[in-house]
Design a protein around this ligand. Structure first.
Ligand SMILES: [Zn+2]
Length: 98
C-alpha cells in the first residue's frame, strides 16, 4: 500500500476528486483487472516465432476436452501459421485412421 499512498499524496485536489469518483464508479477495478490479465500473459512465448507476447496477443484454446491446451500468439500471422499446420496435421492423422 506504500506506493499507492505516496501516489495519493502527490495528487492535487482535482486529481484526488477524480480518483475518488473513478474508484466509486468501478473504473479502478477495470484497470486492476486489465493489469492482472497482463501479468497472467506477460511471460508467455509465441509458439511460432518465439517472441514474448504483448498485451494484445491472440489466445487459442485447443485439444481434447480432457487435455485442453492454451497457446498465446504475438499476432495474426503466427496464429494463422499455427492453425494451418494444426489443421494439416489433423487431416493427415484422419487419413491414416481410414
Ligand atoms: Zn509470433
Amino acid at each position: 500500500m506504500n506506493k499507492i499512498s505516496e501516489i495519493i499524496d502527490e495528487l492535487s485536489q482535482d486529481e484526488l476528486e477524480l480518483f475518488e469518483r473513478e474508484m466509486k464508479e468501478g473504473y479502478l477495478q477495470k484497470y486492476i483487472d486489465r493489469k492482472k490479465e497482463f501479468f497472467k500473459i506477460k511471460d508467455k512465448i509465441c509458439p511460432v516465432c518465439g517472441n514474448t507476447v504483448g498485451e494484445d496477443c491472440l489466445v487459442l484454446v485447443f485439444g481434447d476436452i480432457s487435455l485442453r491446451k492454451k497457446a498465446h500468439f504475438c499476432g495474426a500471422d503466427c496464429l494463422e501459421y499455427f492453425l494451418d499446420n494444426f489443421i494439416k496435421t489433423k487431416k493427415r492423422k484422419q487419413k491414416l485412421k481410414n
